[in-house]
Structures are given as structure tokens and as C-alpha cells.
Design a protein around this ligand. Structure first.
Ligand SMILES: NC(=O)c1ccc[n+]([C@@H]2O[C@H](COP(=O)([O-])OP(=O)(O)OC[C@H]3O[C@@H](n4cnc5c(N)ncnc54)[C@H](O)[C@@H]3O)[C@@H](O)[C@H]2O)c1
Length: 321
């Protein structure tokens, strides 16, 4: 099995040249990989390729990409109607077709049939369990979820999701490749929705429910979220925010919400136990992240500076639009 993945010598095949497939291809080609876009219909692969190359030129012209990036991307990315041959010569093959297990299964089988034994196979699924896809493969040890976010060219995060049977010694090479492409990958378990989509869809459902109840409009929710906790989340995770805000405040708020909205707002057990034992987060020492006094002081000082800078950036972007 491969261990190192130098992006400049890595050949990537992407099956599914749609929105995400094109974005992933553009990202990896920009990083130095050689990429071929494939689709069920060669015309779709060709169209996906054209979109990626034209978008890269547009991004370079607008200054989003460095000078020379568009030319480098165009030189490194191609399309093909020959899925078998393109997959056979790749080191890393992405399945990026529709979010439907029954569509993905035959695609994965076809990839596995043509792939070299040492090639890695990845899926960009949003929420289908990696185990459910690995099940159809006879070589599940080389299969991973590698989940880019939309738009893949611009969002830094990527979830790397090993399945139960994935060979974990392949993970450092995958992380090396993604980091070389400018990404901030995180290894996460094969739990429902992985990390991002479980949280994102919980929030979205609650927002939709509020609108359905008729109390607030979508516009009101967007206005409040962008300027309040959404503003924070651009730079800090929920545990950093909770430890800074005070776990006692969170526990009391859950009690009020539970009284009105019921069980889904019950104080989580570990939060209740912390508060009962006097652990209110940073203000008492402790919290979920267990930061030292120095680390906590640095976090708060950095937060104040970051929020001032983020506030200025928001005003600048609003003035531009
Ligand atoms: N759109 C998003 O915001 C987003 C974000 C993260 C992950 N994803 C995931 O990425 C995957 C692709 O999503 P998308 O938004 O790019 O979809 P899309 O519809 O833009 O692209 C899918 C492509 O797959 C091709 N395809 C379908 N069946 C095929 C087959 N049997 N063989 C070869 N090609 C086939 C289609 O022709 C199409 O070009 C899904 O699993 C989705 O959940 C999407």
C-alpha cells in the first residue's frame, strides 16, 4: 500500500464531474496533482472540465487565485470518456456521483474493478455511512470518505472518514495530500452525518421548524444568526464558545428551553454534571477543553482581536456588495 502522497506526482481520477467533482478536481490540480474528470456521459465530463478551467481563469482575474494558477490548473486537469483506463492509471480515485447509495454502489464497484491494487478509493458522500459503501467492495481497506464542503475550491475544511475496515496507515498520506492542496483536513469517525452534517442539519431543522411555527421569517433568522453565534462560529468552535460563555449559563438556558419546548432541550448529562460539580468553564477553570489559565487568557485576548477584525471585514464586504 502507498504511504506517502506527494501531490506533485499524484494522479487523481474523479468519477462524477458535477458541482463537487469539478471543485475537488480544481483544488487538487491547483495544488499540483494531475487530475482527470469522468462522468457517465463523456459530454458531462467535457462540460465539467470546461466549467473548471473557465472558473479558474475568472478567479485568477478577480484576484481570488494567484497569477499563473489558472494556467497551471488548465495544464493539469483533463477529461476523458474512458473511465476504465483513467481509473487504472490513478493513485487516488474519487466517487462524486449523486447522493444515492444505489447510484454509488455500481460506480464504486466499477472503480474497484479497474483500479490498481495500491490505489486509494474515496467517496465525497455528504451523509451516507462509509460502512454501507465499503460493504460492496472486496478491498474495503483502501476505501475512505474524503468529504469536501461546498464550494470545494474555497472552503478549507475536509473530513477524512476511515471506515471500520480502512487501513489507517494510509491516513497520513491522505492528510499530506490535502494539506499540500491548502486544506485543513480533520479525521472523523464514521458516525451519522460525520461531524459537519450532523450539526449543520440539526441547526437547519430547528430553523425550519421556527419558520413553520410562524413566529419568525427566514430573513429574521438569517439576520440574527449571521450577526450573533454565526459570527463567532467563523473563528471558534462550539466548545471554545461554550467554555468562554460559561457552562452554568448554558445549563440554565437549557432548563428554560426545556420547560417550553420539551425533551429535545434537556440539559445534556455531562453538562449538568460539570455544572453541579462547580465546573462553569473558563471562569472557574475547567470546561470541556480543560484549558490552562494561560491558554484561556490567550483564547480570550485572541477572540477580542479576532472579533474586531471580523467586524471590520463584514463591514467592508457589505460596502462592496
Ligand atoms: N453540492 C453540495 O453542496 C455537496 C457538498 C458536499 C458533498 N456533496 C456530495 O458530493 C456528491 C456529488 O454532489 P454534487 O452536488 O456534485 O452533484 P451533481 O449533481 O452536481 O454531480 C453529480 C455528477 O455525477 C454524475 N453521475 C451520476 N451518476 C453517475 C454514474 N453512474 N457514473 C458516473 N457519473 C455519474 C452526474 O452526471 C453528475 O455530473 C454527492 O455525494 C453529494 O452529497 C455535495
Amino acid at each position: 500500500m502507498r504511504r506517502n502522497m506527494n501531490i506533485d506526482t499524484t494522479r487523481v481520477a474523479i468519477v462524477g464531474a458535477g458541482y463537487m467533482g469539478g471543485g475537488i478536481g480544481q483544488t487538487l490540480a491547483r495544488g499540483g496533482a494531475t487530475v482527470v474528470l469522468l462522468d457517465r456521459d463523456p459530454a458531462a465530463a467535457e462540460a465539467g472540465h470546461r466549467r473548471v478551467v473557465e472558473q479558474a481563469a475568472d478567479f485568477e482575474e478577480k484576484g481570488y487565485f494567484d497569477k499563473g494558477d489558472a494556467g497551471a490548473i488548465a495544464a493539469r486537469i483533463s477529461w476523458s470518456g474512458d473511465i476504465a483506463a483513467s481509473v487504472a492509471s490513478a493513485d487516488l480515485i474519487f466517487e462524486v456521483v449523486f447522493e444515492d447509495l444505489e447510484v454509488k454502489k455500481p460506480v464504486l464497484l466499477e472503480i474497484e474493478k479497474h483500479a490498481r491494487p495500491d490505489a486509494i478509493i474515496a467517496s465525497n458522500t455528504s451523509a451516507i455511512p462509509i460502512a454501507a459503501m465499503a460493504e460492496v467492495l472486496s478491498t474495503p481497506e483502501r476505501f475512505f470518505g474524503i468529504h469536501f464542503f461546498n464550494p470545494a475550491q474555497l472552503l478549507p475544511g475536509v473530513e477524512v472518514i476511515p471506515g471500520e475496515k480502512s487501513d489507517r496507515s494510509l491516513i497520513p498520506g491522505i492528510l499530506e495530500l490535502l494539506t499540500a492542496a491548502g486544506k485543513e483536513p480533520a479525521v472523523v469517525p464514521d458516525t451519522p452525518g460525520f461531524v459537519c452534517n450532523r450539526l449543520q442539519f440539526a441547526l437547519y431543522k430547528e430553523a425550519v421548524k421556527m419558520v413553520e411555527e410562524g413566529a419568525v421569517s427566514p430573513e429574521q433568522i438569517d439576520t440574527v444568526v449571521k450577526a450573533s453565534f454565526g459570527f463567532r462560529l467563523a473563528l471558534y468552535g462550539p466548545f471554545q464558545v461554550g467554555d468562554m460563555a460559561g457552562l452554568d449559563v448554558y445549563a440554565s438556558s437549557y432548563k428554560s428551553l426545556e420547560a417550553e419546548l420539551g425533551e429535545r432541550y434537556t440539559v445534556p448529562d455531562s453538562l449538568r454534571e460539570r455544572v453541579e460539580s462547580g465546573d462553569f468553564g473558563i471562569k472557574t477553570g475547567g470546561g470541556y477543553l480543560g484549558l490552562s489559565e494561560d491558554e484561556a487568557a490567550r483564547l480570550i485576548a485572541g477572540r477580542d482581536k479576532a472579533y474586531v477584525a471580523l467586524g471590520a471585514l463584514r463591514r467592508e464586504l457589505a460596502a462592496d456588495s
